[in-house]
Design a binder for this molecule. Sequence first.
Ligand SMILES: [Zn+2]
Length: 333
Amino acid sequence: MSIIDPHFIVIENGALSKVDDFLEDYQRPIFVTDDLLFSTYKEEVEKLMGQEQTWFMVSEYQSGVPPALLEKDIILGFGGGRSIDTAKLLARDTGLNWISVPTAASHDGIASDVASVSQNGYRYSVRCKSPIGVIADLSVIEKAPPSLTLAGIGDIVCKSSSLGEWRLAHEERNEPFEKRVYALVESALESVLQDEGLEALVRAEIDAGRAMSIFGSSRPCSGTEHAISHAMDRQCNELHGLQVAFATPICLHYLREAGYTDYGAEDMHQFLLERNMPARLGDLSLSESQLLDHIQHGLDIMQRRDRYSVLEHLAVENTDILETLVTLEYYNE
Ligand SMILES: [Zn+2]
């Protein structure tokens, strides 16, 4: 049976010192990380665990089972996006279980069963398996660059858009829907809107990941705002959570018009501005026509995935979008 919920979740200061406790059933762990985190944390982790550990660098990853993993019995993804994604892919390739040890709270994939893989300038999702546990040391995560935490907040507040659109797609196009999954993502969203502390953020990210695993697709957590961000990946190199947050007020504007959200587009745009998150075209070095192109391309992505977009629902044209960009103050002052 596949694992949906992690067996254990530890979110606290000093959680790293407990890694050893959760490895009692395993003899040969391997840590998957990147060069920077390796040089920063190798000594500390090995001191806490009382012995040298085996480390696998994400830069070494190729599909298949690398020799370094042949004798191993548990994988620990130690890091941010790429380390966690690589741990997921290795767990899939080897059949081993994996534990998530996030060092940043930058996205909702820290405990999900989906890895984000980049190819030819696009990012796409690969189904893997959920972690058997999450060990989130808040004293480590708080040392991550602030932009990573903001990206994590962005990847949660964007659920205001994905949830409304999911309900619309269900009611208008009969897309599969599950109430308890909706409620889980909604409570994650609300918790972060009320409390931006790291603990609430990490918990919300874990819950969003669980929701996607339970539902069996990213739909509850990923709507047109994500598709626009995926289109933007062709040109922009900003963090995922900041890109999806950038596109969220635009989607909220139309969801409000369609009667599928109570969240205000202006409020959300203000939320981004107040936190110095990208909220104007210039923040992402985008021209008006480039953004329009990304939005159209995002709609193509939605169609290819058989996902109904609120922009399609309202037959939104480029001229409408340009007006919305003015209304929401996306232009630099
Ligand atoms: Zn996301």
